[in-house]
Design a protein around this ligand. Structure first.
Ligand code: 3H9
Length: 692
């Protein structure tokens, strides 16, 4: 074997050259890989003994794409296009041998080979859209020429991975080879290509499948329309569509030039910068400086959930989904039956969309055992309490658990705001206590705030993080404070939203500004969805707009009215009733009324959030700014193309954020204070991204 460079080798197997990449962790196309591939292919072509070339990778995967860490930096030769030209232009057949994932630039390289073989477990995809990009190395022009326009559109705009079997059926993979023998299978395939004198099949020369869509712009219009909601606010999906249109309408090289131009435009924009930042943030969030990866984890084989309400049921579903038995405890049989009934209904709904079979539903339901006896939790490795948000009740539950549950088990609370340190004083083993704050609906929402209390042990933290990952969640480790990270920042926004009602804005004005910014809904629509009567009781005073709405049985979507009026399909309409209530309150407050601009609404809401985020960092409640962004993207629908509130602050400029907050001054409320950290960073010209 001849080393071309530290990451690429060239070897011979008889008359077949084996060009292999060994660049962990994912064989990304760094400069060294590109240079090695270019050199290797030239050498192989230059060797008269070589009859065919197999391109293969070491480690767990084929090339998983361009090296994202190089993006945004000046390009270094050779370019990927040069490598691709060398592969595609080779006078000897080149065969890509795929295992793991062939993604982005990796699949684009494979598409420049004359043939592709893969093991059945391999997957292919062009996930650039998830980085706010489009495939910039010919993928948008070659993919539709192989799989057709419809599938290409779906793949480039969703970033979805296609498994090898489906890729084979679509023509993307020419042959599936035995799972454990990719190299042997690929060499065998190469020998057959040579023996049969098969042509050098260049994908760029294929036309049938794109010709089928030529002169039919309606295909693209229908696709845009069908996905308008999903693509709202994102630039990349539309740019991807345009490149596929170019593949259909233009000659290959012209299409390639369009792809290049649009790729550069996206690469230089803020959306892609945000999405690339989120890619790394999603991976960083698992890293906890004082809890190393080798921290011993507690084996979790059986879980207990206390409370069969919306939260408890949703939490239990997560565990049943991964095949783990769950014991659900309720205090009354009818509540238990109702809770398990809702779980079954949720599962059955998934059968309608084809995500689950009826057998799958039964399998999951069998893993769920309902009981009224807390004692049944004795042998659980993890118990999650999801009862009413009341400190006394929670402490009582924990006191009992302490006496019942076996030593070494994790005792978790799903509280969304209460002081977990105080809950932990109810037990003799505070090191076992942790917060696992799932978001509603818990079987759907990706975020879990893992809340570290004062005495939580490192194995308990490590186990909780690993478990969240197993459940398919994204977990952020946060500290104890009212509302933790997510709800504390939400509260900062709500305060501004409520204050603006007193100054002349209507709930729908505020919601519209937040929606247009890219969130799925504004604060008032969100309250209506959650229910306005959470924590409300009829005996309470009528001191807030929310309470008056509840008095009038306007308790949110579930009662057909809240801040908004709702029709049968739950479509919201501005409500004259709410308008009157707001105006009455505003008049009583004595505050002068004015028209509040969309800009002011946004700045006050969002900059107050950023300010709260800075305080959270100051108090070390979050490990890093990007963890806060992960919380807000995954728990509250902050648009990923704006990178989370802290990243967004960087794009605005911290100096500007502070200056605007100062301008608003007393309007922000008497308790509002600008975070000293934010102020200092603004003065120093720093960004949150600099706070690694
Ligand atoms: C592209 O190709 C553009 C072209 O069209 C045009 C070019 C001109 N680069 O996810 P993991 C790191 S755009 C650099 O935990 P897994 C990652 O940060 C690219 N680094 O592993 C992590 O580092 P650390 C299109 C990368 O097994 C480590 O590798 N391709 C890259 O769960 C392990 O990653 C994509 O978008 C990269 N491309 O999943 C694919 N990829 O250990 C992106 C990963 O320090 N990658 N790293 O935290 C993935 O989807 C997953 O990493 C993959 C493996 C499925 C491959």
């Amino acid at each position: 074997m001849a080393a071309i460079n530290p990451v690429v080798d060239l070897a011979m197997d008889g008359d077949i050259a084996i060009l292999s990449v060994n660049h962990p962790p994912v064989n990304a196309l760094s400069q060294q890989v590109r240079a090695g591939l270019l050199d290797g292919i030239r050498r192989a072509i230059g060797d008269a003994a070589v009859r065919a070339i197999v391109l293969i990778c070491d480690g767990k995967t084929f090339i998983a794409g361009a090296d994202i860490t190089e993006f945004g930096k000046p390009p270094v030769a050779p370019s990927l296009a040069e490598v691709e030209d060398a592969l595609e232009g080779s006078p000897r057949p080149v065969i890509a041998a795929i295992h793991g994932t062939a993604l982005g630039g990796g699949l684009e390289v494979a598409l420049c080979c004359h043939y592709r073989v893969a093991v059945p477990s391999a997957r292919c995809g062009l996930p650039e859209v998830n980085l706010g990009l489009l495939p910039g190395a010919g993928g948008t022009q070659r993919l539709p020429r192989i799989v057709g326009v419809e599938q290409a559109l779906d793949m480039v705009t969703s970033g979805k991975h296609v498994d090898a079997k489906a890729a084979h059926a679509a023509g993307l993979i020419d042959e599936l080879v035995a799972e454990g023998d990719l190299r042997g299978g690929a060499i065998g395939f190469a020998r057959r290509v040579v023996a049969e004198g098969r042509p050098l099949r260049r994908v760029r020369d294929l036309d049938d499948k794109v010709a089928a869509a030529r002169g039919k712009p309606e295909i693209f219009e229908a696709f845009r329309k069908a996905n308008a909601k999903k693509f709202r606010g994102f630039l990349a999906p539309e740019y991807n569509i345009r490149t596929i249109e170019a593949a259909v309408d233009k000659p290959f090289d012209e299409g390639l030039a369009i792809e290049r131009k649009l790729f550069i435009e996206l690469m230089q924009g803020t959306q892609s910068a945000a999405q690339r930042y989120v890619f790394f943030a999603e991976r960083q969030v698992w890293k906890i400086p004082d809890v190393p990866d080798d921290t011993p984890a507690i084996p979790i084989r059986k879980v207990g959930v206390i409370g069969a309400g919306t939260m408890g049921g949703g939490i239990a579903m997560n565990f049943a989904n991964i095949g783990m038995p769950v014991t659900i405890v309720e205090t009354k049989q009818d509540a238990l039956d109702r809770g398990l009934g809702v779980v079954r209904k949720n599962y059955e709904r998934s059968t309608k969309s084809g995500r689950l079979t009826m057998a799958g539903v039964e399998q999951r339901m069998q893993l769920l055992t309902g009981t009224l006896a807390l004692e049944q939790l004795a042998d659980c490795d993890l118990v999650i309490e999801a009862v009413f948000e009341n400190m006394d009740i929670k402490r009582e539950v924990f006191g009992k658990l302490d006496r019942i549950v076996k030593p070494g088990a994790i005792l978790a609370t799903n509280t969304s705001a209460l002081d977990i340190n105080q809950i932990a004083t109810a037990v003799q083993r505070p090191d076992a206590v942790i917060g696992l704050h799932f978001f509603s609906p818990a079987n759907v929402m990706r975020l879990v705030e893992v809340v570290r209390a004062q005495h939580t042990s490192k194995p308990v933290i490590a186990t909780s993080m690993q478990l969240a990952r197993k459940l398919g969640k994204i977990a952020a480790l946060v500290g104890v404070c009212p509302g933790f990270v997510g709800n504390r920042i939400l509260y900062a926004r709500s305060q501004q939203a409520s204050a603006m009602l007193m100054e002349g804005a209507m709930p729908w004005d505020i919601d519209q500004a937040i929606y247009d910014f890219g969130l799925p809904m504004g604060p008032f629509a969100m309250s209506d969805l959650a229910g306005l009567d959470i924590g409300w009781s009829a005996e309470k005073s009528k001191s807030s707009i929310r309470e008056v709405l509840c008095e009038q049985n306007r308790r949110g979507q579930k009662t057909g009215a809240g801040f908004y009026d709702y029709d049968e399909q739950r479509n919201p309409r501005p409500s004259p009733v709410t308008e009157k209530i707001v105006k009455d309150f505003a008049a009583r407050s004595g505050q002068p009324q004015r028209t509040i601009s969309q800009q002011e609404i946004l700045e006050r809401c969002l900059y107050a959030q950023i300010n709260e985020g800075a305080k959270i960092l100051e108090e070390k409640i979050a490990i890093r700014p990007s963890d806060i962004d992960i919380v807000w993207i995954n728990g509250y629908g902050w648009p990923v193309y704006r990178g989370g509130p802290m990243f967004y602050a960087d794009t605005v400029g911290l100096h500007e954020v502070v200056a605007r907050l100062e301008d608003y001054g007393p309007r922000l409320g008497k308790d509002f204070a600008i975070s000293p950290l934010l102020r200092q960073m603004a003065a120093d010209g720093k960004r949150f991204q600099d706070l690694k």
